[in-house]
Design a protein around this ligand. Structure first.
Ligand code: PGA
Length: 245
């Protein structure tokens, strides 16, 4: 795994943007795997600024998002479909028909998972952006998710519900279940770009880079990926750098 320690959140976001823009410039038909959460917001702001100032073209780019809350419609303000539209897609010249995410309100969850798995097979991702949960989850693959998992519905861990409650007016409103790509789907991306900021991610980042490869820490599976880059700010990288001092 390639590890880049960024000075702060802005530096992490700028460096991540350089990698994403390079992928799109090298391949105007690139398939981007995208993530939600606080971590990639700065990356997305930088991608929009780059598009506005330098004209990077997304007209033929396709995307596939990691996960979506079960029960939230795509117009719901806390849905990840809404997040992507408002925090990235509206700022780019991307065709919304080329963007993909699980349907949180699908009546038949198993059929929706099968549809998404088939879509991911058809659209191999050139690069997959990831954040990391404080408990080491990637997407909504919580601790003890099998490394061989594909798209599935999960019961969110209590720690994830607490972490995500800040986005909702009340913790009781945080959905308890979500659709998520599985770890096998994530590992199938040609390149992985995982971002982490803040000292509350330091333990998870340590497990990602230096811990045992174990299903107890889902992110540790990325140690087995042939082309994975981590960009962590100084807080998130603090347990890695302490070791080398
Ligand atoms: P965050 O979430 O970016 O909001 O910290 C990361 C994650 O849970 O994967």
């Amino acid at each position: 795994m390639k590890v880049i320690v960024a000075k702060d959140y802005e530096d992490m976001s700028a460096r991540a943007c350089e990698i994403m823009v390079k992928s799109v410039k090298e391949n105007p038909r690139a398939v981007l795997g995208l993530a939600t959460g606080s971590t990639p917001l700065g990356l997305y702001r930088n991608m929009i600024r780059d598009h506005q100032e330098k004209g990077t073209d997304y007209s033929r780019v396709k995307t596939a998002n990691l996960d979506e809350y079960a029960g939230l419609d795509k117009e719901h303000e806390q849905s990840y479909a809404y997040f992507m539209k408002h925090n990235l897609f509206d700022g780019l010249n991307i065709d919304l028909a080329n963007t993909n995410i699980e349907n949180g309100t699908a009546a038949d969850a198993a059929a929706e998972c099968a549809r998404y798995n088939a879509l991911l097979e058809e659209l191999p991702r050139d690069i997959q952006v990831l954040g990391i949960g404080s408990n080491g989850h990637i997407a909504f693959n919580e601790p003890n998710t099998p490394f061989g998992s594909e798209t599935h519905v999960v019961d969110l861990a209590e720690s994830t519900i607490r972490d995500n409650a800040r986005m909702f007016s009340d913790i009781a409103e945080v959905p308890r279940r979500a659709f998520t790509m599985g770890l096998k789907n994530i590992m199938n991306a040609k390149k992985i770009l995982i971002l982490a900021n803040g000292a509350n991610k330091a333990q998870a980042v340590y497990g990602l880079v230096k811990g045992e490869v174990t299903e107890r820490v889902p992110a540790s599976v990325l140690q087995l990926h042939p082309d994975c880059t981590l960009i962590a700010d100084e807080g998130a990288a603090s347990l890695l750098t302490e070791q080398t001092k």
